[in-house]
Design a protein around this ligand. Sequence first.
Ligand code: XMP
Ligand code: MG
Length: 177
Amino acid sequence: MATVTIKDKSFETYLSEETIQSRIRFIAGQINSDYKDGKPFFIAILNGSFMFAADLFKHLTIDAEICFIKLASYEGMKSTGNVVTSIGLDEDLFGKEVIIVEDIVDTGKTLHQFLPKLVHQQPKSLKIASLLHKSAATVYPVKPDYVGFDIPDKFVVGYGLDYDGLGRNLKEIYQLI
Ligand code: XMP
Ligand code: MG
């Protein structure tokens, strides 16, 4: 098994390029079938989802649109906890069939904070496609509709995911040793 070192940490191969690509083709097939009469609007959340979004989008045979957004969280002025805002979402989502594209759902906190802002715009439907899901670590009520791989609660890098900014370029997904 191949290992890589990023900064001070060692990682070993967890999901091969072919395993990832074949699963993405499968998910694209599900979406092609589920949305055959529609025109989904994908919202990919940067940075981590850029590779997944690109590969998934290539395998769509239906009409679909995509935009890329960045989430920024800051401490709320009065309330406890963070407030999440999005940068780059200029589109009106009213009546649209929205699919969020994420690299990973871990605790679910990010999407739990962000989804109400989308729901507020009254899309026709709102689903989540996440390449990875640490379901055992998910404590917020967030359930991805399309999941690439349900993975254990261990840190992973590669295929868009980073450790301290590095490792996103890896074609495979690696797990912390
Ligand atoms: P939550 O807990 O809000 O986390 O669902 C979502 C965000 O946390 C990052 N994250 C990771 N990034 N390897 C990474 O490179 C991981 O194992 C990992 N777990 C969580 C990620 O940015 C995700 O969008
Ligand atoms: Mg990250």
